[in-house]
Design a protein around this ligand. Structure first.
Ligand code: SF4
Length: 476
């Protein structure tokens, strides 16, 4: 646990027999690319060393700031970067300078082989390896469930320019993987930049995913894969959780068009599809150039409360994720523990033909969240949830002698879920205080217009169930 605030901007170095705090004041204000280059030189040893760092957005304590792990992975949503910024902690270096002895017997190897085979020899993970999550863009568009131009639309033929297929065909350079993962679902594209008149170019490698393509693509009307990569690159350099600025700028664009704000606030002519303006706006957001961007970087909801335009702020607890699938997803992100699409699979429930049953939907959300609590606690990848069944997880635990855990998986998952909600409620969470803006109720998907009654009933019932989980009685 990291307590207190450093006197000067610092880096924390952690190894199995080492803890050190280093003054890195000269890195304060640098973007993630510059900070990464310097830190990698200071602390060589790729593969067994990981570097977590924040950019200008985290230093300014914006709730949109993420923590970037090495280059292509992030702790996103709900402002982890702001927490590091508040402690003047620019970076954390973790050295993997030790190893664990495997238990005697061949159980671990057997379990490892089975998991490895399921991951690589079956088609369970092929969708992640092939197109990756961007494969969802066309799927969502076909379902009329893709957030487009601040959720003014849910389908548009122009999205063909940013589908997973389009990225693969035009911009994909290579796949990469988290440490030790044989799947390699990280898709890395490239952008070229001319740096001299005499046809001199550099190219940069940028990872892309469904959520990023939606939020700095279709949500702001940018339908060209290379323009989307440039926007992702800019947001990454600023240390922003890419999803939040995209949605915030989509709101600002509509607010500007409606005359709620002017160019005096936005500084650039925000207009759907104008990627050059959005690149400039992302920098303004990270550095808090004027009062408007300072407020917007605190969250779209805050800016809308000040200027107006709350009805079309696409906020579900925080800026929305890339699924306009309907009632269950909107309720699950709005009320979810981290207000994240990863809290539970509301978007997949919406796509099942089960009708509108409040009790059934709440049951699904609670069960699905519980399964994810367990996987997250085991630092397992949520994409591999089809491979890591409870039985496989039990075998994994047994192979390293955690027999008690293995025999009580369900009880332990229930307890983790309960404790998380208890902590969340203690920190001031009140489901009845969370509103779902009008814009979400105005959409039409492949199922037809959104059912407002079902949405409200589900929100009330799920909120009550969450309070039950946290051990809070009705009316208390
Ligand atoms: S661990 Fe998960 S996110 Fe990382 S490369 Fe593997 S499948 Fe992708």
């Amino acid at each position: 646990m990291i307590t207190g605030i450093a006197k000067t901007p610092s880096a924390l170095i952690v190894g199995s027999r080492q803890i050190e705090i280093k003054d890195v004041h000269y890195l304060w204000g640098t973007d993630l690319q510059v900070a990464g280059k310097v830190l990698r030189r200071m602390f060589p040893g790729g593969g067994h060393r990981t570097i977590l760092r924040i950019g200008p957005a985290g230093e300014r304590q914006s709730p949109m700031a993420c923590i970037t792990a090495d280059t292509y992975r992030h702790f996103g949503r709900l402002g982890g970067g702001a927490v590091m910024g508040s402690k003047k902690l620019k970076a954390i270096m973790i050295h993997g300078d030790s190893s664990f002895q495997l238990p005697e017997g061949g159980e671990y190897v057997k379990v490892f082989d089975k998991v490895y085979k399921d991951m690589t020899d079956t088609d369970m993970m092929s969708k992640y390896h092939n197109l990756g999550t961007p494969g969802n863009v066309r799927l969502m568009n076909d379902l009329k469930a893709l957030p487009i131009r601040n959720l003014q639309a849910t389908a548009d033929p122009a999205t063909e320019g940013i589908t997973g297929e389009k990225f693969a065909e035009a911009a994909l350079l290579r796949n990469a993987a988290c440490a030790g993962c044989p799947v390699g679902c990280i898709h890395i594209g490239f952008v070229r930049e001319r740096f001299q008149d005499e046809n001199r170019y550099i190219y940069r490698q940028i990872s892309y995913d469904h959520e990023l393509i939606v939020t700095v693509g279709s949500m702001i009307g940018v339908m060209d894969c290379f323009e989307v990569l440039k926007l992702i690159d800019e947001a990454e350099k600023m240390g922003l959780d890419v999803m939040s600025p995209g949605v915030a700028l989509a709101w600002a664009t509509e607010a500007l068009a409606k005359g709620i704000i002017t160019e005096k606030e936005t500084l650039v002519p925000l207009a759907f599809g104008n990627s050059a303006s959005y690149i400039a706006a992302i920098r303004h957001l990270a550095y808090g150039t004027n009062e408007f961007y300072q407020l917007l970087s605190q969250g779209t909801e805050k800016a809308a409360a000040h200027y107006g335009g709350g009805d079309f702020a696409c906020v579900l607890g925080q800026e929305m994720a890339g699924y306009a699938t309907g009632e269950t997803f909107f309720v699950s992100q709005a009320l979810g523990l981290r207000h994240s699409h990863l809290d539970s699979g509301g978007y997949s429930y919406d796509q099942k033909p089960q009708g509108k049953n409040v009790e059934d939907a709440v049951k699904f959300l609670v069960q699905d969240e519980k399964a994810r609590c367990l996987l997250n606690s085991m630092v397992s990848c949520l994409f591999a949830r089809g491979v890591y069944t409870d039985e496989v997880l039990g075998n994994c635990l047994r192979s390293v002698c955690y027999d008690i855990l293995a025999d009580n998986i369900d009880t332990i998952a229930t307890e983790i879920q309960r404790l998380r909600w208890k902590m969340r409620v203690r920190s001031g969470y009140q489901p009845e205080n969370i509103t779902i803006p009008k814009r979400f109720t105005e959409i039409t998907t492949w199922k037809g217009p959104l059912d407002r009654q079902f949405l409200e009933a589900l929100k009330t019932a799920y909120g009550q169930r969450i309070m039950d989980l946290a051990g809070i009685e009705k009316g208390a």
